[in-house]
Write a protein that binds this ligand. Structure first.
Ligand code: URP
Ligand code: ZN
Ligand code: ZN
Ligand code: ZN
Length: 466
């Protein structure tokens, strides 16, 4: 049994900020104590990590990643090996990736395929949600089995007709099933049928540049779908988690539902907090780097997202990390924005960008940890092992230097993608050391982890529900 002490740092959780020594035994947090207490002086350790002047925070939980996702005629460019390594560099120690049920396929086949991609390759712990793209009697029955084995959340799409799209009847059935088995329905809320009409009209009018991706995927069509999803969930009696919320009008729908006391939750992503349609309009096809769905919005939407994060109308910030290289992948959509593979890289940047939000005064330090670690862990049944620093929990711990300065860039990041969505952005704060279940994965900014250290984590159901 190896024993480690992380000494003298400011331990920040969603609940508290205390200067403390943290004792780690056998991969778990064993105790916290005041640094010079007689109790802490009695500890014996194989190794002491000096965190004086640093933050000691729970490893990040990124509840929305897409590694090796086949999409738009290509595949997202991070593998489970490269993606989880990049996550670790950025202070994230757990990811929940989306296994995909293809049309005509059983959930089991999709889940097995994702286990095969991840097994033995991850640097940090991982879990799975399941994307339902073919809702029928047998896939509904399979949902019960998946919940029983720790895949307790299911993503449905109101967008992407012909690919992942489910109609309202299929959505209602899946919600009814989730109401019975404890699963959490995650919704991509955009009216894809209406969007496809606007796409066709834009292309026919010669509007082919990346910025039209943002124009046809109207905020109102996100709000409409969010409203419809909430009403369908009410009818089914199921909870609902809306993914990648980007529009002010959609936040308003969530806030209204929550004011009624409904079990409705929302996630946003760093790209919606820090980027905008200005990026989509960058000249020379550069805008393709910023094509994702829901799309980036005009800057004015950001205030509503920050407010939602402060008031708890939005509970989680995940990345929706879905990288495609500019060269050879985003370029598939030159001359037709609808053929640009959708998705942005970011799994390595989330903890830093949200720390910058603390520096900028958008959120408090504890709220940073809540939206990036504690809430996603509770939302997706990973607590109490993940998302906090407490006796008995996994020793997934980040020593974070709040004063370090860094510049985000593709030339220094570790994600397997040839651009950064945040190229040149200055950040105050940087990950220094990362432990995953007590093992050093990043040691003073050197990668010391290994593919295969990361374990599959079966999840319980949503811990915000009674
Ligand atoms: O553009 C995005 N978000 N790509 C990934 C798939 C999804 O809808 O989350
Ligand atoms: Zn989506
Ligand atoms: Zn996604
Ligand atoms: Zn290990």
């Amino acid at each position: 049994m190896t024993t480690t002490i992380v000494s003298g740092g400011l331990v920040i959780t969603a609940a508290d900020e205390i200067t403390a020594d943290v004792l780690i035994e056998d991969g778990k947090v064993a105790a916290l104590a005041a640094p010079d207490s007689a109790y802490a002086r009695g500890w014996r350790a194989d190794r002491v990590i000096d965190a004086t002047g640093k933050y000691v925070i729970p490893g990040g939980v990124d509840a929305h990643t897409h590694f090796e996702l086949p999409f738009g005629g290509t595949s997202s460019s991070d593998t489970f090996e490269t993606g989880t390594r990049a996550a670790a560099w950025g202070g994230t120690t757990t990811v929940v990736d989306f296994a995909v049920q293809s049309k005509g396929q059983a959930l089991r086949a999709g889940l097995d395929a994702w286990h095969a991609k991840a097994e033995g390759r991850c640097a940090i712990d991982y879990a799975f949600h399941m994307i339902l793209s073919d809702v029928h009697e047998s896939s509904l029955k399979e949902m019960d089995l998946l919940v029983g084995e720790g895949v307790t959340s299911f993503k449905l799409f109101m967008a992407y007709p012909g690919v992942f799209y489910s109609d309202d009847g299929q959505i209602l059935r899946a919600m009814q099933r989730a109401a019975g088995n404890g699963g959490l329905i995650m919704m991509h809320a955009e009216n894809g049928i209406a969007i496809d009409v606007l796409v066709e009209q834009a292309l026919a009018a010669g509007k082919t540049d990346p910025r039209y991706h943002g124009e046809v995927r109207r905020a109102l069509l996100e709000a409409e779908a969010t409203h419809r999803a909430i009403q369908l969930a009410r009818v089914a009696g199921s909870p609902l988690y809306v993914v990648h919320v980007s529009a002010e009008e959609a936040v308003a729908e969530l806030a209204q539902a929550r004011d009624k006391g409904l079990p409705v939750f929302g996630e946003t992503c760093p790209q919606y907090l820090f980027l905008s349609t200005d990026n989509l309009a960058e000249p020379g096809f550069e805008g393709a780097k910023y094509v994702c769905s829901t799309p980036l919005r005009p800057r004015e939407h950001q205030a509503a997202l920050w407010r939602g994060l402060r008031t708890d109308d939005l509970q989680v910030v995940s990345t929706d990390h879905c990288p495609f290289c500019f060269s050879g992948q985003k370029e598939l959509g030159r001359g037709d924005f609808s053929k640009i593979p959708n998705g942005l890289p970011g799994v390595e940047n989330r903890m830093d960008l949200l720390h910058q939000a603390v520096v900028d005064g958008h959120i408090s330090r504890r709220r940073w940890i809540e939206i990036a670690c504690a809430a996603p862990a509770r939302m997706f049944g990973l607590a109490p092992h993940k998302g906090t620093i407490a006796p008995g929990g996994d020793a997934d711990i980040v020593v974070y230097d709040p004063h370090a300065r860094q510049t985000l860039s593709a030339s220094t990041h570790h994600m397997n993608v040839d651009y950064s969505a945040y190229e040149g952005k200055q950040i105050t704060g940087q990950v220094e050391t990362v432990l995953s279940r007590g093992e050093t994965v990043i040691d003073k900014r050197k990668f010391t982890g290994r593919a295969g250290h990361g374990r599959y984590v079966p999840r319980t159901t949503c811990q915000y529900l009674p």
